[in-house]
Design a protein around this ligand. Structure first.
Ligand SMILES: [Zn+2]
Length: 75
């Protein structure tokens, strides 16, 4: 069971439509399913402290196609 949360299908007027997926460099399009991949605490000192101490923290994340994150295509 894949635990990556799936978002979508993307509507034509979604703000990230036509932006590029950082994994495959292809633009997001209407109907795409996507996932948010956490990167880490960024340069936020409080979030870095929590991350380093093994506590829950707010991570910055990037949107990628769901298939780019999981290998699971949605056609
Ligand atoms: Zn992609």
């Amino acid at each position: 069971m894949n635990e990556t949360r799936r978002f979508g299908p993307k509507k034509a007027d979604h703000p990230s439509v036509r932006e590029s997926c950082p994994a495959c460099k292809q633009p997001f399009a209407k109907g795409d399913y996507t996932a948010l991949m956490p990167l880490g605490p960024s340069d936020n000192k409080e979030e870095q402290d929590k991350c380093r101490d093994g506590l829950a923290y707010n991570a910055v994340a990037v949107e990628v196609h769901y298939a780019c994150a999981t290998g699971i295509r949605n056609e």
